[in-house]
Design a protein around this ligand. Structure first.
Ligand code: AMP
Length: 565
């Protein structure tokens, strides 16, 4: 098939010839004749890179009235980059149609200049939704005579939270005769929009079409409300190369978490409704050029923001609305990249995950909140990779090598590496030295129903007793250890168990009965493992307090008072 065979005007063919287009692409072949024939509504399911700009751009140029100097065609697309790209291509196609003008209007640039461009008289306007609505509200654009509306990358626009904006635009084009919708995927939301605003559209599909965005891995972590912030930190620290957006439900949360994380040394800023446009632009600018690694935002404040290369979206709390979750997660996994959308949930929110899975036809993967050790290991490997891939081609290092060699003459390579690592990791090692397990496990939940460890005077059974786990083995080969840590230190039995096992590198099989009190606990342990446990914990710090652990029978540890056991 040739371009001539599609019914295209000679002047447009000449331009495509000069661009080196020999044959039309599949979407062009299927769309162009249909659109030129006067078909009113059209749906083209095609990915980026299939030549869809020409598929709608060429028919638009041919169909509009070049002599009339008012906007007749409106192309709406999700991002500023795409907006500029579409205009650039249309400019090339219209090389031999000089009386046609095309103008780009998009956010983040001077609205004054764009208004001036529009005033000059243009037939085709290519716009991002937010800026277009701004122009409509200022009455700076006349949509009265728009006959053609093209929605390009409609799924992306919906993912970015532009659904209402698009509907508003469609409702504000009273003379709209044709609506052409292009999308890489066909989620139910797009179907709804097409049903509502289009009449018997001709539908054309090129390549495979996904129902949902499969390039996003949906993950969740279960913790307590109390540990939400710590969990967030763990997730960030566990992903050293993260470039992400954190979503909160409230402005106050966004502000507070941002301030707290900044104080703790993270590259983060908040985007919320109280910022002036200038402040907002500044934050967005920094995030876009990656001088900010993390952005924390409320849903309203994040509307329409479009940044390439987001690796993670974190739901600090899940939204009530499934659609909002879809918009949030749609910020990642774009343009063919893989992305991760994380939800921090507590056990009572599981139903929300199920609801999202059902409606979006997606699946959440449950992950364990990484332990302090996991985080440190991950940071360590990341750093080593960074070290090995550091660019040393530019500095004048050779000049200093003899001096370095002399200075390090007596220091082994291992020691240098250790020292470099120590410099980089001090913060993590110190912070995670005695970190606790933040996961809420099935066991914790059923345990808590039976015992409220935080309530004074409540009766504390041995860990898991009644379920035949860690039940006292009756003395035998057991030692009984005392430790000055208890529920007041924020431990539940399972997190305490995890903590002492992590610290000592022992297996849980060596443990017998564990009795926890507010300030102290007693641990039954295989006689052979007792020493290792004491050695690993005694004298260490936990949250700034020195841990004291010894043999309760011989080592002077306070024995439980009567009634405490
Ligand atoms: P698009 O999907 O519109 O972003 O187009 C992807 C790329 O393919 C652009 O760089 C176009 O210039 C190019 N292109 C579009 N149509 C053709 C064609 N028929 N032959 C060769 N290249 C094309």
């Amino acid at each position: 098939m040739t371009f001539e065979g599609l019914g295209i005007d000679a002047r447009l063919i000449q331009a495509t010839d000069e661009l080196g287009y020999v044959n039309p692409t599949a979407i062009q072949e299927q769309a162009i004749p249909v659109l030129l024939s006067g078909t009113k509504d059209f749906i083209g399911l095609a990915q980026t890179g299939t030549g869809k700009t020409a598929a709608f751009g060429i028919p638009l140029l041919q169909l509009i009235d070049a002599a009339a100097k008012y906007p007749q065609a409106l192309v709406v697309c999700p991002t500023r980059e795409l907006c500029l790209q579409i205009v650039k291509e249309i400019e090339l196609f219209k090389k031999y149609l000089p009386s046609i003008s095309v103008v780009a209007v998009y956010g983040g640039a001077s609205i004054g200049l764009q208004i001036r461009d529009l005033k000059r008289g243009t037939q085709i306007v290519v716009a991002t939704p937010g800026r277009l609505i701004d122009l409509i509200e200022r009455k700076a654009i006349n949509l009265e005579q728009i006959s053609y509306v093209v929605l390009d990358e409609a799924d992306e626009m919906l993912n970015m939270g532009f659904k209402e904006d698009i509907e508003f635009i469609l409702q504000n084009t009273p003379k709209r005769e044709s609506t052409w919708l292009f999308s890489a995927t066909m989620p139910p939301e797009i179907r709804k929009v097409s049903k509502r605003y289009m009449k018997d559209p001709v539908e054309v599909t090129v390549g495979k079409v996904n129902m949902a965005n499969k390039s996003i891995d949906h993950q969740y972590y279960v913790t307590t409300a109390h540990h939400r912030y710590e969990t967030l930190k763990r997730i960030i620290d566990f992903n050293p190369g993260i470039y992400g957006i954190i979503f909160t439900r409230t402005k106050l949360d966004a502000q507070e978490i941002s301030e707290r994380l900044t104080r703790e040394g993270y590259d983060i800023d908040a985007l919320h409704g109280d910022l002036t446009q200038a402040q907002r632009d500044k934050v967005m600018g920094q995030f876009r050029d990656k001088s900010l690694q993390l952005l924390i935002a409320t849903d309203v404040a994040a509307r329409g923001i479009d940044v390439q290369g987001i690796t993670h979206v974190i739901n600090y709390e899940l939204p009530d609305d499934v659609e909002v979750y879809t918009h949030r997660s749609g910020r990642t996994g774009r343009a063919g990249n893989q992305g991760i959308s994380i939800a921090i949930v507590h056990s009572k929110e599981m139903f929300k995950l199920k609801q999202i899975e059902r409606i979006n036809n997606s699946k959440f993967n449950k992950l364990d909140i990484p332990s302090g050790k996991d985080v440190c290991r991950k940071q360590f490997f990341h750093f080593m990779d960074k070290l090995l891939s550091a660019d040393i081609s530019h500095g004048d290092y050779e000049t200093y090598v003899p001096m370095l060699a002399e200075k390090f003459a007596d220091v082994s390579k291992e020691e240098v590496l250790k020292r470099v690592a120590a410099m980089e990791f001090d913060r993590f090692l110190k912070y995670y030295e005695n970190s606790e397990d933040l996961n809420v496990r099935e066991r914790d939940r059923s345990d808590r129903g039976k015992n409220d460890f935080n309530k004074k005077g409540s009766r504390n059974d041995a860990y898991g007793a009644g379920k035949n786990e860690f039940r006292s083995k009756g003395g035998g080969g057991y030692s009984r250890l005392f430790v000055n840590l208890g529920t007041k230190d924020g431990f539940y039995k399972s997190s305490f168990l995890q903590f002492i096992l992590d610290m000592s590198d022992l297996k849980k099989e060596v443990l017998g009965r564990i009795d926890m009190k507010d300030m102290n606990s007693w641990i039954e342990i295989d006689k052979g493992a007792a020493k290792q446990m004491i050695r690993s914990l005694d004298g260490k710090n936990y949250k700034g307090r020195r841990i004291r652990m010894n043999d309760a029978e011989t080592g002077g540890g306070r024995k439980p008072r009567r009634g405490e056991e």
